[in-house]
Design a protein around this ligand. Structure first.
Ligand code: SF4
Length: 350
């Protein structure tokens, strides 16, 4: 399984860093704030200076702001230092000096967003929240050949969902650190060594020589070809749909579960990804009934090449992030023509 392979790689290859030897949320928080927009080599001496000057959150809270900013000097993005100081005061005054283990509570601290809250809650308290930083975007976009721009709303949602699906729920902290370290040290931005990679048999991009093209960032609008694989899934009279979000075509319309690929992809790899994304289904619970050929759907700036898979689940199940509805209610929802035509063909729609 991918998670265990990444963790194994991590245990054998990780760098020894001081914040990896502690579960003290104060120190982990400090390291995470320092490392935002900062390389480890540059951040490390600052972390050591801060821990020495302010060994506890109480010491940081009672320090004058000037001293905090002085210590931060040279690291840039000074709002981080100001937020750090404010947050320390908040923890002391409002939380009796104790960092909450709760993801949402942590986000109430100034300067703590989704990423830092996930890092603290998983590293220190073993809470199942996936971190999604630049390294995680890179590794996941390559493993699954996802070309949804990472700087788009749908991209963030898609990668966060996938990272949470892959998360090792028994040891989320180690998994999170492992995937970030793997991205930082091995699956690097330019020319990673795919030939010797422990994940080369699982990776959809590694063997194509195009790793450096992932992840994709949104830039200028241009005509592009997209490859959609749709899954019409029925499970004991129910099926699954989701509403398309902002920032992409067909906003507000509905669709059946789907994956997008940057190029034509073999059925075997698509099935593998289906299992990876929907681990709760399990291979034995899936019955593949039919699959169509590839259909072309032309939009003004995009060519959609789509394929439809008809799948039965042998038991009633839920799919993460999808709405489960009665099959007979499917026709109440608005779908893009492409999907509506398919549902009509298989007589779901009259
Ligand atoms: S095969 Fe290459 S692109 Fe894929 S995970 Fe490994 S290093 Fe990254």
């Amino acid at each position: 399984m991918t998670a265990q392979q990444i963790i194994k790689w991590y245990k054998e290859n990780k760098r020894e860093l001081p914040w990896r030897n502690t579960r003290d949320p104060y120190r982990v928080w400090l390291s995470e704030i320092i490392l935002q927009q900062t390389r480890v080599a540059q951040g490390l001496p600052y972390y050591e200076k801060f821990v020495k000057a302010f060994p506890t959150v109480y010491d940081l809270a009672k320090a004058p702001q000037q001293k905090v900013l002085k210590l931060w000097q040279g690291l840039g993005y000074y709002s981080r230092a100001r937020n750090l100081h404010e947050a320390a005061k908040f923890v002391v005054k409002e939380c009796k000096g104790i960092f909450s283990s709760d993801y949402e509570d942590l986000k109430k601290l100034k300067g703590v967003g989704d990423y830092t809250a996930a890092a603290i809650s998983s590293f220190c308290f073993g809470k199942p929240h996936a971190v999604v930083d630049g390294n995680v975007f890179r590794v996941l976009s390559r493993l699954y050949a996802i070309d949804t721009p990472i700087n788009s709303g749908p991209g963030k949602k898609q990668f966060t969902q996938l990272a949470n699906e892959l998360l090792d729920k028994k040891d989320p902290g180690t998994f999170n650190q492992a995937i970030m370290e793997f991205g930082a040290q091995y699956c690097v931005p330019a020319n990673p060594d795919c030939g010797n990679c422990v994940l080369k048999n699982k990776c959809l991009v590694g063997s194509t020589g195009k790793a450096s093209q992932f992840p994709v960032k949104a830039g200028k609008t241009k005509v592009r070809t997209r490859h959609f694989e749709y899954f019409f899934i029925s499970a004991k009279g129910k099926t699954f749909i989701e509403k398309r979000g902002a920032g992409d075509i067909w906003q507000g319309l509905y669709q059946v579960p789907m994956f997008e690929f940057p190029k034509k992809t073999s059925k075997k790899l698509i099935i593998n990804r289906l299992y990876a994304e929907f681990p709760k289904i399990g291979e034995k619970g899936i019955e593949l009934k039919a699959v169509t050929g590839i259909r072309k759907h032309q939009l003004s700036h995009q060519t959609i090449l789509a394929r439809f898979w008809q799948i039965n689940l042998t038991s009633s199940q839920n799919l993460y992030n999808y709405t489960k509805i009665d099959l007979k209610n499917l026709k109440k929802y608005p779908f893009p023509v492409l999907i509506g035509n398919y549902l009509r063909e298989i007589t779901i729609f009259e």
